[in-house]
Write a protein that binds this ligand. Structure first.
Ligand SMILES: [Zn+2]
Length: 281
């Protein structure tokens, strides 16, 4: 670590649990952030400021005036710019020593598979179930830890699927794809601005803990927040031994597997899709 790095990250290095060893691990981490909207903004800010060495930021959308209420990576002067380019400018302004790779594309199929394979940690900051399930399948296949967040109206959710571990549940264990779920879209629904900040910041916290190898992650726990009452609820869940994605005969385990392309063409930029039913076992 250089003298400048020792100074920049000194308040991390002072933490007994983290120290130089943890910070060095963070510096060597490649994080993949899918979605540069409400959740991806705070998540990317904290990963960049904390020194995650390489951040790949993926989003196919451009900055819209209506995004500015909550998507804090972006500014009014950058309306119309690609979100990943706007995000890169914001992150480089905070920490020019890290590597930011902006990818303006809708990630699916082979491209998603290749990118997940190269990442150490994946943050799902997308806004729709098709993308969430595709990301999960790729993370199961490549045994990558997945930090998943969602926010809509005043309701937030966050969990971690530490798929480096064989006994870890996956996103599909918790939210089976075939199950009828409530579809809620940012485009038509409201979202409380700081809620995306709370959940996205917690995604950053979980990702940094995983990167440094410290603490206890949210693996096997789903946290649900009602921001109107500011009440948190914890749902504990386990791996579904019959899961179609991570089970012993699941497609996600087969060699030559590829995630399915997304079923729709909605943007992954905004951070707002929740399910009405949570199956806990
Ligand atoms: Zn599963």
């Amino acid at each position: 670590m250089t003298d400048e790095q020792l100074l920049r990250y000194s308040r991390h290095i002072l933490l007994d649990a983290l120290g130089i060893e943890g910070q060095t691990s963070i510096l060597g981490t490649h994080a993949l952030i899918i979605g540069a909207g409400g959740l991806g903004s705070p998540a990317a800010f904290y990963l960049a400021s904390a020194g995650v060495g390489r951040i790949t930021l993926v989003d196919d959308d451009t900055v819209d005036f209506t995004n500015l209420q909550r998507q804090i990576l972006h500014t009014q002067s950058r309306v119309g710019m690609a979100k990943v380019e706007s995000g890169q400018q914001a992150l480089m302004a905070i920490n020019p020593e890290i590597g930011i790779v902006p990818l303006q594309q809708r990630l699916s199929g082979e491209a998603l598979d290749r990118l997940v394979a190269t990442a150490d940690i994946v943050l799902d900051c997308s806004d729709n179930f098709a993308t969430r399930h595709a990301i999960n399948r790729a993370c199961v296949h490549h045994h990558k830890p997945l930090v998943s967040g969602a926010a809509i109206r005043f309701d937030g959710q966050i969990s971690v699927f530490d798929l480096r571990r064989n006994d870890s549940p996956c996103y599909h264990c918790l939210f089976p794809e075939a199950e009828d779920v409530e579809e809620v879209r940012c485009a038509v629904m409201g979202v409380f601005a700081p809620l995306t900040g709370i959940i996205g910041t917690m995604q950053a916290a979980e990702a940094l803990k995983l990167a440094a190898g410290i603490g206890k992650s949210l693996n096997g726990r789903l946290l649900l927040l009602d921001a109107l009452t500011m009440e948190w609820r914890t749902v504990r869940f386990k791996k579904d031994s019959a899961c179609a994605v991570c089970g012993p005969t699941a497609v996600g385990q087969l060699p030559g597997y590829l995630p399915q392309p997304d079923a729709d063409h909605e943007s992954v930029s905004a951070a707002c899709r929740l399910t009405s039913s949570v199956r806990a076992n």
